[in-house]
Design a protein around this ligand. Structure first.
Ligand code: FRU
Length: 539
């Protein structure tokens, strides 16, 4: 199959061809970042899963290596599924991953270690013969028993990991403990479980520094009075949610904060196409970084025709918001090294219906940061009380960018054709509810492509933004890259990613506009937009 170039990304992580899914086992070791990912070496649909491997000095330029872990032993003969890396004391990386041992998808947990620690790329990995380390005990569903986390060390000198799974319809993160990393015992209780959420995949669990502190913490940091994050990927709905909470390390109890809804209505790292995400602590820059996978939103036949499917989104630094109620996220600073030609605007007032083109940059491959200001909130439209039970995505479907409002909709029309036959608007709309203002942020793919085949997924992704409106400003950053738009609202409070497949708005025919479709005048306080280069090396 020849690989179709159209819609391939310019600066997002993707291999030359074939299917990819979850990011696996990211870690930093002796000057290199390692990224593994679920990969089908034989085609553009899911199957034949191995751990593909790439290394990088900067998270942007990547050197592709041969697959690190692939089926070869009885304990992983039918697949090498997701997992995590832990760097053990003495700077010794070890990977824990899920092996599939039969045609019924029976799952066990294995480990692998580098064959040669003095190889800077750690190309070759060994799967010792004392695998598997963990098998499902009686009564546990062995086909929903996978995706080990990075291990953390407790004060009792025991290692701990989580595994995702379920008991009937109750999603859970099983807790296992070990003194030597080899013999693992299941704790009596899962670390966490929630009835009605279905199977949990790719759990993640880690401490965060105090409110507003951008530094990350290693998984084993004793964070007694601080907060932890517990993230899961919901198999049933194909999106994720996280809670912030307190972790009692002596009792191994995790209690989510009251401010974090602990169900499918929970806080999300991304309200769009983002799944099976994984974080790691980067000791070289003292930060925690999240990787998320975005699959294609078109039909499987199109993936096969394209010869490729799936990308990793730009890695994001994460930290605890100064309000203590949510995480903030921002693309890693290294991305800025790809910024080329720049356009700057400031203090441009936009009346209702105004549309300003940002000219002079490559609109199909760009990075834009914009801050909007408005005189007051008086014109915010009422929030219909009958929407109380709707989620943001449904509200966005009712009130898209073209439905005129009061304060908003205003924002960016990305990947737009000249006359807006196609565009993906990323925008805000401010509503006045009974007791407070509600800020809606949307990344609406419904008009992203004239192509309208069955199987195309063009949702009006959206989330509410817990923004402080006191200074009467809202900011937005969007990373546009041919078939993906990744957006960060209000400094990373609400983020969402869309995959889109324009037919007209491609390469040089893509345009970028700033628009206001609300009665209140909105001012572009500052706008900086850059053409984005390709990395020098990308798989
Ligand atoms: C999530 C997932 C994981 C599993 C892997 C298999 O996307 O289903 O639970 O380990 O993908 O490729």
């Amino acid at each position: 199959v020849s690989v179709q170039k159209l819609h391939r990304t310019g600066y997002h992580f993707q291999p030359k061809k074939h299917w990819i899914n979850d990011p696996n086992g990211p870690f930093y070791f002796n000057g290199y970042y390692h990224l593994f990912y679920q990969y089908n070496p034989k085609g553009a649909v899911w199957g034949n899963i191995v751990w593909a491997h790439s290394v990088s000095k900067d998270l942007i330029n990547w050197i592709p290596l041969e697959p690190a872990i692939f089926p070869s032993k009885p304990f992983d003969k039918y697949g090498c599924w997701s997992g995590s890396a832990t760097v053990l004391p003495g700077n010794k990386p070890v990977i824990l991953y899920t092996g599939i041992i039969d045609k019924n998808n029976t799952q066990v947990q294995n480990y692998a270690v580098p064959a040669n620690l003095s190889d800077p790329y750690l190309r070759e990995w060994i799967k010792p013969d004392n695998n598997p380390l963990i098998v499902a005990e009686k009564g546990v569903n062995k086909t929903a028993f996978r995706d080990p986390t990075t291990a953390w060390l407790g004060a009792d000198k025991q290692w701990r990991i989580l595994l995702g799974g379920r008991n009937k319809d109750t999603g859970m993160s099983f807790l296992y403990k070990s003194k030597d990393f080899m013999k693992w015992n299941k704790a009596e209780k899962p670390l966490h479980s929630v009835a009605g959420t279905g199977n949990w995949e790719c759990p993640d669990f880690f401490p965060v520094a105090e409110k507003g502190n951008k530094n990350g913490l290693d998984a084993s940091t004793n964070n007694k009075n601080g907060k932890h994050v517990h993230k899961v990927s919901l198999d049933a709905t194909r999106y994720e949610y996280y809670t912030l909470g307190s972790y009692n390390a002596e009792k191994d109890e995790y209690v989510p904060d009251k401010t974090s809804p602990d169900n499918w209505k929970g806080l999300r790292l991304d309200y769009g196409n983002f799944y099976a995400s994984k974080s790691f602590f980067d000791p070289s820059k003292n930060r925690r970084i999240y990787w998320g996978w975005a699959n294609e939103s078109d039909a499987a036949e199109d993936d096969v025709r394209k010869g490729w499917a799936g990308i990793q989104l730009i890695p994001r630094r994460i930290w605890l918001d100064s309000n203590g109620k949510q995480l903030l996220q921002w693309p890693v600073e290294e991305l800025e090294t790809l910024r080329g030609k720049k356009i700057h605007l400031s203090d441009v007032a936009m009346k209702k219906g105004d549309k300003i083109e940002v000219k002079g940059i490559t609109a199909a491959q760009a990075d834009i940061e914009v801050t909007f200001s408005f005189p007051n909130l008086d014109k915010a439209e009422p929030f219909d009380p009958s929407w109380a039970n709707l989620d943001a995505q449904d509200v966005c479907a009712k009130k898209g960018s073209f439905v005129h409002g009061g304060l908003g909709p205003f924002g960016l029309a990305t990947l737009a054709s000249q006359n807006l036959e196609e565009y993906t608007p990323v925008f805000f709309r401010v509503f006045k509810a009974a007791d407070k203002y509600k800020v809606l942020m949307c990344s609406d793919a419904r008009k992203s492509s004239l192509k309208n085949e069955k199987g195309w997924y063009k949702p009006s992704f959206a989330g509410f933004v817990d923004a402080d409106l006191a200074d009467k400003k809202l900011s937005l950053r969007s990373l546009i890259d041919n078939s993906v738009v990744e957006s960060f609202g209000a400094g990373g409070k609400t983020c969402m990613s869309s995959r889109v497949y324009p037919t007209l708005a491609i390469y040089k025919n893509a345009h970028l506009y700033v628009f206001n479709n609300g009665t209140e005048t909105v001012t572009i306080k500052t706008l900086d937009a850059w053409s984005m280069r390709r990395p020098k090396q990308m798989n």
